[in-house]
Design a protein around this ligand. Structure first.
Ligand code: IPM
Ligand code: MN
Length: 373
């Protein structure tokens, strides 16, 4: 198969984790006889530094004309700490989501038994956790009118949703709930006791549900959902929610897996597809080769799956499981006995070409372990 991927490494740890995914993708191409081309584009703080624009037009153009986009991370503390900054790295990501019409962001949440000890939750509450968050991505308060009065003393962010915007993401979530292996349950998370937009969400979901009679639907207020994700995460199958609630709940849900660094995501919509780990740019770790590349590598696996390369995606996931199971993990998962970002990428790469477990010697891997012990 011939595919053209746009790679946006972005900021902070983005470049170093994405490099591992590209390495794994090259191994997949080699093993399965595919031809993968990679076009590198700028976005975020990196793009502001180089061009003055967080999302140059060439990046949009390339993304519109490729098979899929793989993104690292966006954000830099020099902007976070400057509320008056007019140009911000995140504007690049939000504009890209809008330009590519990526209205659904899909974030699978599962746990790995070998990492249960890292979660603040008890193991018994983590077994069988397997749910997926469908977050609306191009509407709501993120994209509403923003105002600040001249004196700088009053600000507002408008939250707007249309029925059509709700319907199109809901359709995808319902279809997902029907897939083999799912439990055919959809939970809409909203704040319908307070917000008009949430009442529109509820009304629209009730209508959509009639077209999916085999899917059972329940409704939960977002404050309660935040609590239920910690108290009883097993109860969720497909969780559907609006943009901001989805942003917050997916970071919360990541603690179930033990690290934010483990979770991938897919953004889809009217044609273009984009994949990115759910973690941010983690500037404190940038350039140190200690960040967890698995969120990005698993995003690459989701990307191949979306393009119909199921066996290739499974091969990557097997490689990831192999590293976790054998204790080859980065600092976020084991702060004392950890391996470098690049070592994990290399191991998964070797795994997918079939070099592991046979020819890779454990002592050889040991050499690339951190030296702090
Ligand atoms: C995410 C991020 C982004 C968001 C930021 C970087 C704008 O937190 O993808 O979850 O809020 O959507
Ligand atoms: Mn977020």
């Amino acid at each position: 198969m011939k595919k053209n991927f746009v790679i946006i490494e972005g900021d902070g740890i983005g470049p170093e984790v994405t490099r591992q995914s590209v390495r794994v993708l090259r191994s997949i191409a080699e093993r399965f006889g595919h031809e993968f081309e990679f076009t590198y584009c700028l976005m975020g703080a990196d793009a502001i530094d180089k061009t003055g624009n967080p999302l140059p037009d060439e990046t949009i153009e390339a993304c519109l004309n490729c098979d899929a986009v793989l993104l690292g991370a966006i954000g830099h503390p020099k902007y976070d700490n400057d509320p008056s900054a007019k140009i911000r790295p995140e504007q690049g990501l939000l504009k890209l989501r809008k330009s590519l019409q990526l209205f659904a962001n899909i974030r699978p949440i599962n746990t790995y038994p070998s990492q249960h000890h890292l979660s603040p939750l008890k193991s018994k509450n983590l077994e069988e956790v397997d749910f997926i968050i469908f977050r609306e991505l191009t509407g709501g308060i993120y994209f509403g009118k923003k105002e600040l009065n001249e004196e700088g003393t009053r600000a507002s962010d408008e939250c707007v949703y249309s029925k059509e915007e709700i319907e199109r993401v809901a359709e995808l979530a319902f279809q997902y709930a029907q897939k083999p292996g799912r439990r055919k349950k959809l939970t809409l998370v909203d704040k319908a006791n307070v917000l008009e937009t949430s009442r529109l969400w509820r009304k629209t979901i009730k209508e959509t549900a009639q077209r999916y009679p085999d899917v059972s639907v329940d409704y939960m207020f977002v404050d309660n959902a935040a609590m239920q994700i910690i108290l009883n995460p097993k109860q969720f199958d497909v969780l559907l929610t609006e943009n901001m609630f989805g942003d917050i709940l997916s970071d919360e849900a990541s603690v179930l897996s033990g690290s934010l660094g483990l979770l991938p995501s897919a953004s889809v919509g009217k044609g273009s597809i984009l994949f990115e780990p759910i973690h941010g740019s983690y500037p404190q770790a940038a350039g140190k080769d200690i960040a967890n590349p698995l969120g990005s590598v698993l995003s690459a696996a989701m990307m191949l799956e979306y393009l119909g390369m199921n066996e290739e995606a499974s091969q990557i996931r097997e490689g990831v499981n192999w590293t976790l199971h054998n204790g080859f993990v980065t600092k976020d998962l084991d702060p004392v006995n950890f391996y470098f970002t690049s070592t994990i990428g290399e191991l998964i790469s070797d795994y997918v070409i079939g070099k592991i477990p046979g020819s890779v010697k454990k002592e050889y891997i040991e050499l690339r372990k951190s030296t702090i012990i």
